[in-house]
Design a protein around this ligand. Structure first.
Ligand SMILES: [Zn+2]
Ligand SMILES: [Zn+2]
Length: 436
């Protein structure tokens, strides 16, 4: 099971609702910057004060921690409530003077390690209503603390501060990296990057608001990705997809040789396409010199199909008619692709295909293959989308989907007529199910 990284939001008792919702937005937007890792994150909200019954409930639920240890995680308040130690409200009690929170002291306490926190490896995003003795926020790898009391009611500005501090938490500007500078912590030297040392000036803020450039520069993004991949060991969705999916496209020019890929993968394609061509009495030609798999099949009607692949999991299929005009390949080529995917144990991924007819024919081949080939990123089969297809493909696809419903439905207690079943065809759902 892949690691889940929990981000817990902590607000002190006086933080108002607006700042809370801005914090949630900022954290979500930050995570959204990393589509390949975002499924690994989970956002929770923690509270500081608990009733006696709530503490007892925690004791009942926690098997590995003794009840004494659980009681010890809380401090009984004069009003009878229990304050969770290391919650933001508890932290404030330890670190405030004259109504201000000392962020340096706060981070020193955090660096001392967590003895009381229930979720010990979570990242806590703490927001305080108090002004600080210095600065807007601070952070370490356990998470940031940001002062709502310091930055006025400017939503975007506040959100930028949260994201900047999260940037530190996720190691955006570590010291071994180029283009960083030591100034109140390690910062980026790119003046358009949110990790810039003067990112909080009005000028830098306004520049970001024009949104001509991404929030973080490439180097900061790369450092954070590396941290998520290697330090936090989060599962990379793209990598997983690449391993299990055959990426199909209809643009051969986008197939380029990939570094580190040998030529052995070609055998898998050759087995399928050469055999198919021979069976059909078509002419198979392969460029054996090429680093990529590159083959043409000249059909009896004079049309020429081109199959090009840069690896076992990345292939393009295209076709020209006898006059050299581009066309969507014949169904049999898609059936060959489905055969190939099945033999290699791959799902077929639709993400890179631009033509609806192409997608439909590929889907048809997946659905009618015995057994059906799993699909990811298959298009949603709306009536509008279906209406763009050629009549033959549309009819064939509808038939194949009906078959799917009949084959995959759980046996129902009441016998249904065939036409009843056909009526309830939920094509979207079927296509989705194939992708799981
Ligand atoms: Zn900073
Ligand atoms: Zn940067």
């Amino acid at each position: 099971m892949a690691n889940k990284k929990v981000l817990v939001l902590e607000f002190d008792k006086n933080v108002d609702e607006e700042f809370k919702s801005w914090t949630k937005e900022a954290v979500q937007e930050f995570i959204d910057l990393f589509p390949e890792y975002k499924d690994n994150f989970q956002i929770n909200e923690n509270k500081s004060f608990f009733s006696k019954a709530e503490v007892e409930e925690i004791i009942n639920k926690s098997r590995s921690v003794s009840s004494d240890d659980v009681w010890n995680m809380f401090e009984l308040q004069p009003d009878g409530r229990y304050l969770r130690k290391e919650s933001i409200d508890w932290d404030i009690k330890q670190t405030q003077s004259n109504g201000r929170i000392d962020l340096q002291q706060w981070i020193r306490n955090k660096n001392g390690g967590r003895n009381y926190v229930l979720l010990s490896d979570a990242i806590a995003v703490s927001v305080t209503s108090l002004p600080t003795t210095m600065g807007y926020g601070i952070s370490n790898e356990k998470g940031p603390c940001v002062s709502a009391g310091m930055c006025g009611k400017n939503k975007e500005y506040f959100k930028d501060i949260i994201k900047h501090e999260l940037g530190h938490t996720f190691n955006a500007t570590h010291k071994d990296r180029a283009h960083t500078v030591e100034n109140l912590g390690s910062h980026c030297t790119d003046a358009d990057c949110l990790m810039y040392e003067y990112a909080y000036t009005k000028e830098a803020f306004n520049r970001r608001q024009h949104k001509q450039k991404p929030l973080f520069c490439n180097e900061c993004m790369d450092s954070m990705r590396e941290y998520m991949e290697n330090k936090l060991q989060l599962e990379n969705k793209n990598k997983r997809d690449r391993l299990n999916n055959l990426q199909v496209q209809n643009t051969p020019e986008e197939i380029q040789s990939e570094a580190g890929v040998g030529r052995a993968f070609k055998t898998g394609y050759r087995e399928i396409f050469k055999t198919a061509a021979e069976k059909e009495g078509a002419v198979y030609k392969e460029d054996l010199q090429s680093k990529t798999y590159s083959a043409t099949i000249t059909n009896q009607d004079g049309s020429v199909d081109k199959i090009q692949a840069s690896s076992a999991t990345n292939v393009s299929l295209s076709s020209k008619d006898k006059d050299g005009k581009p066309q969507v390949p014949d169904n049999k080529r898609f059936e060959n692709l489905a055969d190939y995917a099945h033999k290699q144990g791959l799902n077929i991924s639709f993400g890179n295909i631009k033509s609806a007819e192409f997608k439909a024919k590929l889907m048809l081949a997946c659905l009618t293959h015995e057994p059906p080939v799993k699909m990811t990123g298959a298009p949603e089969l709306t009536p509008e989308w279906m209406s763009t297809l050629t009549p033959q493909t549309k009819t064939a696809l509808e038939q194949a989907l009906r078959l799917q419903v009949t084959n995959q439905d759980q046996p129902s207690p009441q016998p249904q007529t065939k036409s009843d079943k056909a009526k309830q065809t939920p094509p979207n759902l079927r296509a989705e199910r194939g992708s799981r």
